[in-house]
Design a protein around this ligand. Structure first.
Ligand SMILES: Nc1ncnc2c1ncn2[C@@H]1O[C@H](COP(=O)(O)OP(=O)(O)O)[C@@H](O)[C@H]1O
Ligand SMILES: [Mg+2]
Length: 312
């Protein structure tokens, strides 16, 4: 459904590639995620796949359509939910859907029917005649998704769909996207929320500085770091020194690093971890303030790949 070859964007007046020789392959029925921090090149990638950013070089196909060569056709095969609220404030909720259909060349009767159906499907019927100003963030986002799938696009693109939504609306939107996908919709989304990528996406490309650093299922990405346990230790001690001590004295530590003032250990097959860590810290004269043990997350994968945290 999506195929790119060495897709590259260098914005005029800049001396770096915002997206650098991207090769991507997304299959029918996938939810594919581009995960990366601010500035990674996610919006630029989504833009090049949806005609809004002209590539500097390389090629992109969506639904078999060459995006740069046939932009009008490419618009027909894509549905777009962009990072900003792009609802038309001059139109009410129902009209935002109806006129989208008309804009895409559908007749009045068909557009009316689909607008009604979508409002029901997205639980917005009560708001049909309301101004879009009256919608909460979550409802506005649902309406943008409804509008984006109005013309039955081959691929639905969403750029940071839940940024700025409250946790409940975020869950509700994941539910909506999951259902659309179970009904056959291919979806590509960008996000800087590792949990969103983990929970929602079948495959995830981790992106930084315009390049893909790793691409796989969330489970395989997490397995790939070669550790089954992540330990975070805060102590009243120099974290760099403590990291070195723990890496040396605790069995099974694959890597130790300092993030956010705490020591993080990637551990593989560790036994009696808590005891080992407490004893090692005690011998080093470090008072432990806090200790947590979790499974690896996509955040851990990102840190392992880049040495930086994903969160801003
Ligand atoms: N219109 C533009 N002109 C110049 N540079 C841009 C423009 N849009 C984005 N960039 C730069 O390209 C890089 C990637 O940006 P973007 O694709 O928006 O990343 P993301 O969506 O992952 O945050 C950033 O360094 C950003 O500053
Ligand atoms: Mg962006």
């Amino acid at each position: 459904m999506i195929h790119t070859e060495q897709l590259t964007k260098v914005y005029p007046g800049t001396d770096f590639a915002a997206v650098d020789c991207l090769d991507l392959e997304v299959g029918t029925g996938e939810i594919f995620g581009l995960l990366g921090p601010n500035g990674a090149g996610k919006t630029t990638t989504a833009g090049m796949l949806t005609t809004r950013v002209i590539p500097t070089s390389g090629r992109a196909l969506v639904g078999g359509v060459d995006v740069a060569a046939q932009p009008a056709l490419a618009k027909q095969v894509s549905g777009i939910v962009s990072q900003q609220n792009t609802l038309d404030r001059q139109l009410n909720v129902w009209e935002n859907l109806y006129f989208h259909g008309r804009l895409f060349g559908m007749g009045a009767t068909t557009s009316r029917r689909i607008a009604d159906e979508l409002l029901e499907q997205f639980q917005l019927e009560k708001w049909a005649q309301a101004s879009v100003y009256a919608l909460s963030g979550g409802m506005a986002q649902r309406l943008m998704v409804a509008r984006a799938i109005f013309h039955r696009p081959a691929v639905l693109f969403l750029d940071e769909p839940t940024a700025g939504l409250d946790p409940q609306s975020r869950l509700a939107l994941w539910e909506v996207l999951g259902q659309l996908n179970r009904d056959g919709q291919t979806i590509m989304l960008t996000t800087h929320y590792m949990e969103e990528a983990d929970r929602l996406c079948h495959r995830v490309a981790i992106m930084d500085h315009g390049k893909i650093l790793a691409l796989d299922t969330p489970a395989a990405l997490k397995r790939g770091i070669g550790a089954d346990t992540i330990v975070t230790v805060r102590a009243a001690a120099d974290p760099e020194q403590l990291a070195a001590v723990l890496a040396r004295d605790v069995a099974g530590v694959e890597r130790a690093r300092v993030a956010d003032g705490a020591v993080q250990l990637d551990v593989s097959g560790g036994q009696r971890l808590v005891q080992q860590i407490v004893l090692a810290a005690e011998r080093a004269g470090a008072d432990i303030l806090d200790l947590s043990i979790t499974e690896p997350t996509l955040e851990t994968v990102f840190i392992t790949l880049t040495g930086r945290e994903l969160r801003d």
